[in-house]
Design a protein. Sequence first.
Length: 195
Amino acid sequence: MCLDLFANKLETFAEFGSCIACFFMASKPPPPLISIKIAGIRQFGLGEGVDSTGVATKILTSNCSVDLLVDNKSKLFGLHISPPVIDMSFGRLPIASSHGPKLYAASHDSSLFRLYVGTRNKPMYGAGRNMQDLLELGKGLPLIIRMSFRTNYRVVWDLIKPEFHHEAECLLLLNRKYDKKHRTQVYNSTCITIS
């Protein structure tokens, strides 16, 4: 008797699992389309100053905005986006880092999120002089901005969670001139995304 009940429950559970698998296969959400672009450099200033120990050096204050465009192609499921990590560097030298908030893109919709990365009063030591020279010579200051995050769909009460990893990189060439109309430093940028 007990064995019969146990067998019936196993059979019911197997049928339930099969239904979930069929539902997932029929409605399998496609990977989202991700792109980023530099929205503006509101501030990028290299000034004279001293670090916490009194050593004279170049001090950097910067604020860069990045637009993240998420195109959720799923007609049924919203897309959960982990907090994006953004890093800014000059060559191999890290300049700034930030963690964005958790994000959500509704089903069958395109969502635009504005994120920020920057630093305030960061001692740059020898690199600060190099950065200043590149700006003053008019060649442009090359910076790299990298972003990484994960996205997932939560299908059937989190029992199935297809997940995607995304990385993006922008090469940013910064000019010393300021564009008053758009309230940003003049710059050129090229971004690529790997999903």
